[in-house]
Write a protein of this length. Structure first.
Length: 263
């Protein structure tokens, strides 16, 4: 008998491609998220980051390759079973629900419930805990459409948290947030210990919070590794066409990118 326990990747993307109208939006993408790992996807505008996340969240069916979650093919899982394992906050901001914040967040419980069953005390507690985690408990009774962009973003994250997923898929989870809420939201997600795949534009935030990074450029993985391995002046010049100085910050231990004006 083997004493090795096999831990399948929380997420395993193999040779994934998505082609539409003859354009390859992503191609040959291999990507893993280990259980509990916080993995970032970075890269310039139009590189294919959102397309990749949509294939991972089964919004798009890849035209090549496979996506597996805990070893199971994404497309072989019934939608509700998938929703119990994976939650996402993607870019296309869901139609403006005419609901209260609490009702929007409670929607995250639906994959765990039978059709039309009422919310129980556990559900209500989870909704409140999730809202507290993202610093939005005070918004509970408000109408969702009346929230600011940053408030909506935190509420949608709370909804994803009530889904209690093993894997969180986040497309620019901090783009509407002020600096304090950026740190708060990423710290909360980090502390959950959930596996995370997140598109981040801010390289220094990515360096602070991610275990590993994948750099997408023109639909392909241009580099991957720890933030220190990936965030080099050479890569930033190649992929983003910027001049940058990178040093490990003495207080954070993370690489810190300083952009330099063009020469
Ligand atoms: N139907 C289509 N035909 C051709 N190209 C498309 C089509 N749909 C999207 N694209 C292009 O695919 C590329 C990848 O888009 P995607 O949204 O995945 O990029 P991204 O890395 O998330 O960019 P950003 O940082 O700007 O959000 C873009 O250049 C986009 O214009």
């Amino acid at each position: 008998m083997s004493h090795h326990t096999v831990h399948p990747s929380a997420l395993a993307v193999r040779g994934a491609g998505y082609e539409v109208d003859g354009a390859k939006l992503i191609a040959d993408v291999d990507l893993d998220v280990a259980p509990g790992e916080f993995v970032g996807v970075i890269g310039p505008n139009g590189a294919g980051k959102s397309t990749l996340l949509r294939t991972v969240h089964r919004v798009l069916r890849p035209t090549a390759g496979t996506v597996r979650i805990d070893g199971d093919d994404l497309w072989a899982l019934p939608p509700r079973a998938l929703a119990r394992r994976m939650a996402a906050v993607l870019q296309e901001n869901v139609a403006e629900f005419d609901l209260t914040v609490e009702e929007v967040v409670a929607m995250g419980r639906s994959p765990h419930k039978r059709l039309f069953s009422a919310d129980n005390d556990d559900d209500r507690r989870l909704v409140m805990t999730s809202l507290e985690l993202v610093g939005a408990a005070h918004l509970g009774p408000r109408g969702y459409p009346s929230l600011s962009g940053g408030e909506k973003q935190r509420v949608l994250l709370a909804r994803a948290l009530t889904q209690e997923p093993a894997l969180l898929v986040l497309d620019e989870p901090t783009n509407h947030l002020d600096i304090a809420h950026q740190m708060e939201v990423l710290s909360v997600v980090r502390r959950l210990g959930t596996s995370v795949l997140a598109v981040l534009h801010d390289l220094n935030l990515a360096a602070l919070y991610c275990d590993r990074l994948y750099v997408l450029a023109e639909g392909r993985v241009a580099a991957s590794g720890t933030p220190a391995e990936v965030l080099t002046p050479g890569l930033l010049a190649d992929v983003y066409h910027v001049r940058a100085d990178v040093e490990v910050h003495p207080l954070t231990g993370a690489p810190n990118v300083v952009l330099l004006p063009p020469e």
